[in-house]
Design a protein around this ligand. Structure first.
Ligand code: HEM
Length: 171
């Protein structure tokens, strides 16, 4: 009986004496090495999570402080907040954002699971409220003057989250 099975797997990967493909420079193809993100070409390597990269607690504190100053002066939004003093609301938003981006988990320790959509049900979050919220948040993000990549990352999250929070289309 003749063995008709070709040697190896038949796809040329076994018992194949051909050399490995080479790069145009003549050296073997490199194996994947981890990429190092740098602040600028030749600049410092970026380490840490997003929370740390954007400046940690101080950055989030500035963000919510500016944001809530805007909210306080907004005739529609300021009416929605149950407490006269917006300080505690600012603190809850700051803790939530810090936790979301990899900072301390104080929000969940104090408030439990975020369940943000559920927590917003008592409030009339219509497109007008959303756009006002986003306008104050946009102004607050601008004040931070983050490098464009971080700014885009933060903003795209906030924009998506705000759209997801809409719970009524009633005027
Ligand atoms: C779209 C427009 C939005 C409106 C009008 C709105 C309005 C409100 C109001 C009135 C409260 C109650 C204030 C308080 O007692 O804390 C609240 C709470 C809160 N909001 Fe919003 N919100 C909006 C979007 C968002 C988004 C996009 C986020 C997250 C990225 C967010 C995060 C929070 C957090 C963390 C709390 C505190 C929840 C708790 O622990 O009780 N909100 N929001």
């Amino acid at each position: 009986m003749t063995d008709t099975t070709p040697s190896g797997s038949g796809d040329g990967t076994v018992n194949d004496e051909r050399p490995l493909p080479e790069t145009p420079h003549g050296s073997p193809a490199p194996t994947a090495a981890p990429l190092t993100l740098r602040t600028s070409p030749g600049g410092e390597a970026v380490t840490g999570n997003f929370y740390e990269q954007v400046g940690g607690h101080e950055t989030f504190q500035r963000l919510v402080d500016t944001f809530y100053r805007g909210v306080a002066g907004d005739p529609v939004l300021s009416e929605m907040y149950p407490e006269e003093d917006l300080g505690p609301a600012a603190e809850r938003l700051r803790m939530f954002l810090e936790q979301y981006w990899g900072g301390p988990t104080t929000y969940s320790e104090q408030r439990g699971h975020p369940r943000l959509r559920m927590r917003h049900v008592p409030f009339k979050v219509n497109p007008d409220a959303r756009d006002r919220w986003l306008a104050h948040m946009r102004a607050a993000v601008d004040v931070l003057e983050l490098p464009p990549l971080y700014e885009a990352t933060l903003w795209s999250y906030l924009e998506r989250a705000a759209h997801a929070m809409v719970n009524t289309f009633e005027e």
